[in-house]
Design a protein around this ligand. Structure first.
Ligand code: NI
Length: 212
């Protein structure tokens, strides 16, 4: 069930009852999660990788919706001791769509270096996504991602072959490298949402609030 069961088939479980019957947790501990800022990204993704990466990016809003639907209502907008609530992780994905879109614009403009991110994630901390309904955040993310996909779809082959310097990683990144980076970032935060739904297992640590 943890891997790809459609939301419509998920049983509705009261808070605290999930675990052995709903998720194959057993008695094992969750592996420690990778820290986003420790990740290294090997460049070299070619334009022909873009269609596959687009499918990953297209699926993220649906997967986020499934993950949030899977959580007890009281968990969705509740911050753990450290880091963000599940809803804030999704809100963070929403907040960063503007950055990804901007970086695609940088490629199109021929910029030698991609625009920088706010490494402190102030947008997400200040947005207070927990005051919004899950539907509002999920709908907004889906709409923003739709816009990003349209931007990719409109990209010329010439732009797809360009590369630019990533300001934090200090390495050249192709358009496909950036899309891979975004897809990995999506998964990083979806995994944090999943972990927050498993209170009997290790909670995500600071790794859960990585930035771009
Ligand atoms: Ni992040």
């Amino acid at each position: 069930m943890r891997f790809g069961a459609p939301a419509a088939t998920l049983p509705v479980l009261p808070a605290g009852s999930r675990g052995a019957s709903a998720e194959p947790t057993g008695n094992r501990m969750a592996p420690e999660r990778r820290r986003w800022f420790d990740r290294q990204f090997v460049p070299g993704h070619q334009p022909d990788a873009i269609p596959d990466l687009v499918e990953r990016l297209r699926g993220t809003p649906l997967r986020a919706r499934e993950r949030i639907a899977h959580l007890p209502a009281g968990v969705v907008g509740e911050r753990p001791k450290e880091g963000w609530s599940p809803l804030e992780h999704v809100g963070h994905l929403l907040d960063l769509e503007q950055l990804w879109s901007g970086r695609l614009t940088d490629f199109a403009a021929g910029c030698p270096e991609l625009r920088a991110a706010d490494l402190e994630n102030r947008a997400t901390w200040e947005a207070d996504h927990n005051r919004s309904s899950p539907e509002a955040v999920l709908d907004a993310f889906e709409a923003a991602r739709h816009g990003l996909l349209n931007q990719i779809d409109a990209m010329t082959h010439d732009v797809m072959t360009r590369s630019a310097r990533h300001p934090r990683l200090l390495q050249e990144m192709s358009v496909a490298d950036l899309l891979y980076f975004v897809a990995e970032h999506d998964d990083h935060h979806l995994a944090a949402v999943t972990a927050l739904g498993q209170p009997d297992r290790t909670r995500p640590t600071s790794a859960s609030s990585g930035s771009e």
